[in-house]
Each structure stands twice: as structure tokens, then as C-alpha cells.
Design a protein around this ligand. Structure first.
Ligand SMILES: NC(=O)c1ccc[n+]([C@@H]2O[C@H](COP(=O)([O-])OP(=O)(O)OC[C@H]3O[C@@H](n4cnc5c(N)ncnc54)[C@H](OP(=O)(O)O)[C@@H]3O)[C@@H](O)[C@H]2O)c1
Length: 276
């Protein structure tokens, strides 16, 4: 399995497909992570909130893949926002993962009611400057929330992990991110909760290219430079989810998929929704 990569605004290079781990706990988490790495994945997405950093770390070690070949991405929980709190939380995550540095550390949700987003961002920048994390980024940030980080610190995140699939194309937000060198990474990239995989256009394209509906959704992202972190506990589906690079959509195909976009209002709203 050969997964192409993308360079972030700080020069750090990440694969276009990583393994999501939300909902994977204990032994199944160890097995899924070790299996994915053995089959060729080189990026794992976790979060303190997923309560699986220990098992993800175990999977990393059991895979036999050298630590430095793997991008380990985890996230700062809302309850740990604040400058000192974020520094401590990053160290706690690294301890649970049993790694001596974190490759990508994201603020998981902005949580505006806490009023600590900028302090948290300053902590991540400090950790990045010290080399404890390789890349500082965010997740679920709107254009306004990204702008406020830049206004306060003069530094954009390298990456914003957002809810994104053909059903939630996030076009305006992604345009703003592209203008400012912020890489888009898609969570829930299969769009199955939005019922997208049963859409006639997706099924037609799956037949046309001899791929699964899931692969159609994931290809839509990677063809536009959006990296993806699909979660699967199943070895065969993990391989399927990274097998996206031997076909390409024609302009008409992309037009058909664009019609599936439900618009920004259908996405979770980080000005209102908070997780901590
Ligand atoms: N930043 C955030 O706020 C945030 C929020 C949500 C998720 N995430 C991250 O993004 C990752 C992905 O999001 P997600 O887990 O919500 O959704 P997803 O990856 O789009 O979908 C996962 C679901 O699809 C199934 N699946 C995956 N590949 C399949 C395939 N090829 N064929 C059939 N079924 C397939 C999985 O079941 P099986 O395991 O049985 O294959 C699982 O039930 C998460 O795991 C997490 O790491 C981040």
C-alpha cells in the first residue's frame, strides 16, 4: 500500500489517509492500529476524549513499524483548555501513548464559552517551538475562530480537521483555509451518517470506477487535496479505504458530487456546539 502525502505550511509531511480511532477501545483498538500500520498506514488519529491513547500506543509498538515512520495525531480536550492546562494535557497524552513527542496536536473543539481558545493556542505554539509537538493545529474551527487565533498570535494553524464529505463540502471554509495555507483534513469522511453512500450519484460512480461507495466519498476528498482519517476496525475495509489512488474523477463526476452538498447549516456548528 502506497499512500501519497501532503506538505503542511510548516514543511511537515503527512499521509493523505490516516486511521481514525473514535470508538475503538481496548484490545480491538490495539489490533486495529497494529494491523493498519502493518498494512501500510502511517498516520493514526486519536484524542484524549476517545479514551484510547494507551491502546493506540500499544498498537503502535505492536505493529513493529518504527515510531519515527508514523504520524501520531492527538487532540486537546475542551476540559483541558488554558495555557498551563494544555501544556500538561499534551504531556499526559504523550505519556498515555508512550511516545516522547507528539507529531500533530490539535485543539479538539474551540469551545467559545470557555474563553480559553487563544491561551490554548499559545500553549500549542510554545510546545511546537520547543519541539515537543511537531505540528500545532486545530479541529472544528470556523473562519472567524481561525482568524481570531491569527489576530492574537500572528500564526495560522497548519491543519484544521473538519467534518467534511461530499454531503458537507465546507466550500467557503476550505477556500478561506487554502488562502491562508491551512490544510483541510476530513473527519467522518465517508459521510455515511448523512446517508450519502446510498445516493444514486455515488452508486453510479462506484459502478463506473469499480469502487465501493465509501471509496467514492474518500476519493472526492483526496482528489481535492483534503486528507482523510476514516475509521475502520476491519482489516479489509482499512485497505479499501486507502485504495483511492488508481482512479480519478472527471469534471462531470465532480459536478454530480457537488450536488450532494447539504450546505454549511447541516454541519455541526462550533460557535454553539462544544465538547468538554
Ligand atoms: N475532530 C473531531 O471532532 C472528530 C469527530 C468525529 C470523528 N473524528 C475522527 O475522524 C475519524 C473518522 O470519523 P468517523 O469515525 O466518525 O466516521 P467514518 O470514518 O466516516 O466512518 C466510520 C464508520 O464507517 C464504517 N466503515 C469504515 N470504512 C468502511 C468501509 N470501507 N465499508 C463499510 N463500512 C466502513 C466503520 O465501521 P467498521 O469499523 O466496522 O469498518 C465505522 O462504523 C474518527 O474515527 C476520529 O478519529 C474527529
Amino acid at each position: 500500500m502506497d499512500i501519497p502525502s501532503v506538505k503542511l505550511n510548516n514543511g511537515y509531511v503527512i499521509p493523505m489517509v490516516g486511521l481514525g480511532t473514535s470508538g475503538l477501545l481496548g484490545r480491538p483498538s490495539v489490533t486495529a492500529v497494529a494491523g493498519a500500520l502493518r498494512s501500510g498506514y502511517r498516520m493514526i488519529d486519536t484524542a484524549s476524549r476517545y479514551s484510547n491513547e494507551r491502546s493506540v500506543g500499544m498498537g503502535l509498538r505492536q505493529s513493529g513499524v518504527p515510531r519515527d515512520d508514523v504520524v501520531v495525531q492527538t487532540k486537546l480536550g475542551g476540559g483541558d483548555q488554558g495555557f498551563d492546562e494544555a501544556i500538561n494535557a499534551a504531556q499526559d497524552s504523550a505519556r498515555r501513548l508512550a511516545v516522547d513527542h507528539i507529531d500533530i496536536y490539535l485543539i479538539h473543539w474551540p469551545c467559545p464559552s470557555l474563553g480559553r481558545t487563544v491561551e490554548s493556542w499559545k500553549a500549542l505554539l510554545t510546545l511546537a517551538d520547543e519541539g515537543f509537538i511537531r505540528t500545532a493545529g486545530v479541529s472544528n474551527f470556523t473562519q472567524r475562530q481561525l482568524q481570531s487565533l491569527y489576530d492574537e498570535t500572528g500564526r495560522w494553524p497548519a491543519l484544521n480537521q473538519i467534518q467534511c464529505s461530499p454531503a458537507l463540502a465546507r466550500t467557503e471554509l476550505r477556500e478561506f483555509m487554502t488562502e491562508n495555507g491551512i490544510h483541510a483534513q476530513a473527519w467522518h469522511p465517508t459521510g455515511r451518517k448523512e446517508g450519502m453512500l446510498g445516493e444514486p450519484a455515488v452508486i453510479r460512480l462506484a459502478r463506473k470506477y469499480g469502487k465501493s461507495p465509501t471509496q467514492i466519498a474518500l476519493r472526492w476528498a483526496v482528489q481535492q487535496g483534503i486528507s482523510v482519517v476514516p475509521k475502520s476496525s476491519h482489516a479489509g475495509r482499512q485497505i479499501e479505504n486507502a485504495d483511492l489512488f488508481d482512479f480519478a474523477f472527471e469534471p462531470d463526476d465532480l459536478t454530480a458530487l457537488a450536488e450532494l452538498d447539504r450546505g454549511e447549516k447541516a454541519a455541526r456548528d462550533s460557535e454553539v456546539e462544544e465538547e468538554f
